[in-house]
Design a protein. Sequence first.
Lengths: 788, 156
Amino acid sequence: MTETVDRELGKARTRKEDARLISGRTRWTDNITLPGMLHMAILRSPVARAGIGKIDTDQARASSGVVAVFTGADLAAEQGSLPCAWPITEDQKSPNAPSIADTTVNFAGEAVAVVVARSAAEARDAVDLIDVDYEDLPVVLDLETAAGDEEVIYPELGTNCSANWVFDSAQAGSGGDVEDAIRDADVVVRRKFRQQRLIPAFMEPRSVLVDPTGPQTTMYSATQVPHILRLMLAMSLGVPEHKIRVIAPDVGGGFGGKLQVTPEEFLTFLIGRRLGKPVKYTETRTESLLAAHHGRDQIQRLTLAARGDGTITGLKVELLADMGACLRLVTPGVPILGAFMFNAIYKIPAYHFSCTNVFTNKVPTDAYRGAGRPEATFGIERMMDELAVEIGVDPLEIREKNWIKHEEFPYTTVSTLTYDSGNYEAATARATELFGYPELRAEQARRRENGDPVQLGIGVSTFTEMCGLAPSRVLGSLNYSAGGWEHAEVRMLPTGKVEVVTGSSPHGQGHDTAWSQIVADRLGVPFEDVEVLHGDTQISQRGMDTYGSRSLVVGGIALVKALDKVIEKARPIAAHLLEAAEDDLEFTAGSFGVRGTGAAGVTIADIALAVFAAHDLPDGAEPNLDSEASYDPENFSFPHGTHLCATEVDTETGAVRIRSYVCVDDIGKVVNPLIAEGQVHGGLAQGIAQALYEEAVHDEFGTLTTASLADYLVPSAMDLPRFTTDMTETPATSNPLGVKGVGEAGTIASTPAVVNAVLDAVRQFGVRDIEMPCTPQRVWQAIQGGSK
Amino acid sequence: MRITMTVDGTSYTDDVEPRTLLVQHLRENLGKVGTVIGCDTSNCGACTVHLNGRSVKSCSVLAVQADGAEITTIEGLERDGQPHPVQQAFHENHALQCGFCTPGMIMQSIDLLGDTPDPSEEQVREGLEGNLCRCTGYQNIVKAVRAAAGELGAKR
């Protein structure tokens, strides 16, 4: 490593992306207008389950500016079924997943008819003129009732249960039998937790524009996954892949919510091609909350077995997971990701996990920031606090007794993952110091003693996660249909500037900046001389896109490999130009020079120009420094951290205020601390929102009653505290940068920290649990109920 | 209805439907797509612009109500090619990630600093309560606004 290298990696660079974004020079999909472009609007079902009778579209067709109206019947022959890429079991049951309902609707918000018109306003006006006869059917909404099959949504499937997935450590040979552990335990803690339904609620509503006028049909979409989208359009609709181009322009947030292949994308594609005109669809916020996939929604039954001293002897996890009305791209796999994370950072000798995936008449669930891992982390971290209470020790002490010690890495867990590195002691020591743990405990005791109406609670969450999704072999063993590699390409321009193409597809993560730092680090070129290209299948032909905290850990490493190839291609040319032997050359700070001479060498920019002219290259040398690399990780990465939350709970009103929040995350080596810290902040906000504010609520008819931002409580600046964040650095040993990923850490860790803190404040009143979100009403009722 | 307004220094006269929202007029008729739409209930604030010098959510104003008005959008803040101090502070403090809420957030922050030139953290949070951000957790936005306050104060 050179000095340049050391300075660039780890530098808090401000972002290249910002200049456009702060001045409104943006390219959101909805900003794009093409000649002759038509606008699409969708009529959505107001009911959750019904047979579709007559649809009267006459008035709509006659309305001003309306070019075409389509119903499910019009598109039945070509719409196929939306793809699910993750059949978790051989016998998984999966109903047809139409983009537009044909004979029945199965969730409120499902598309029933589509209008295409000259303007968006005319299209929406005409939608209001369509009359649909709905023949109501019984709705299935409650997850446990649905699992009981009293009313079966899809008679042809014979059940509402899609699949049952089991991991057992005795069967896997990775641990003992959990029933033995429970039987022999001194202490058994049993709890049932609910993971409420959440909505990703990215700020940019989804938008898609299809242009069928070129040699390829081009789709612009506000998506996290342009490459997957292209492949799925081809495979599901039977359109040759090479006739499709997908572009993700500026994309305004995703959080998993745009990790999807959507009905709206399919409809716009089919209709644009049928009409031969560019067609754009942009959803309203209400449509977004209604019809874009939701997240979480699980019922967890947990049994934790331990010895009298708090040593854990077994963990049993039984989940019900709400799929919603059908399976979207990775719906069934989300809870399965959690299977590997319930054991978290702890040494658990026996483990059993089972999950039943269940259909209900609600919009499908799918990935939402953390996807499976927040659910698991919540479950285990709540249980650790419950065990501490049961045994009568401090929640930090019970964790320390059971966690993997730093000298025990690499450590293979009971769920068979091998954690490469970690230092839970160091992160916890730093967090407790920043938090002032003993002082807050003392204040808590004082307030309890004084009967203060505002009680203090302290919540702990010592989390880990698996990210960098993912080793392709592991994905294959879990029946996922694709791999988890990533691709990068480096183009050395004659002037010494560098274009980098990444298969990762950012939507706020700051790839342009971080990737430029990696290039500057490796090639010794100025940070400013690097341009990062992404999100267009014509430019970035190969890629697996952005989700699962994978961009840096997989895509960043692909870039490193491609950069190393550039250097190796340049080496013989440098030797030729310097009239030296290749073995005598060293590459430092962007220059090849003869080792030990200190003489001026040739820079990579010099070589790029020499290669372009190609007048004086060694015999047989390719006149081209460009390189590409695909990288498939051998293992996941395992960021971890210690999060501590202090809440003040007003026992008279139930109001919860976060008094302080401290987190110390260990994400390995940090490329850009400014960006990494920002990711932690945003993650915390979403995790705290699950604990305190957000819930997708349906009424008894299956209507989403939180279908606006007035009702679905995305927190404002007033609802969140100032966070204290810090990092410890235990490099990953599984990749050359030592990086682990940071996108989901805050979300995964914070929810249990906050809920543990709320409970810690009110457990003295006999409260054992409060369902999320811990609203003032729920907290107040729990206090009243508990003290009776 | 025929209306005339000045947007970012340019005068525009157009015939609009009475129901047209100001934000629709800006985006669809005037090409001012730097201002964005994030919701349909005036909760998110992404569409915030200045109308005669005060911030408004342009989804909650009819275009006809802005007849004769002077509008400033995110696209009209630069002076002599230099970003406004609040824009610069957002950049320097990493107060944006995806950037979708940013135009509204910046326009509201400028308005806030007009009323409260040296706001406390609490005052910034209160002043931005009507603008939602899903990426940043607001911490760096608050930091940026207070940094910009210092910058603007130093200039006065």
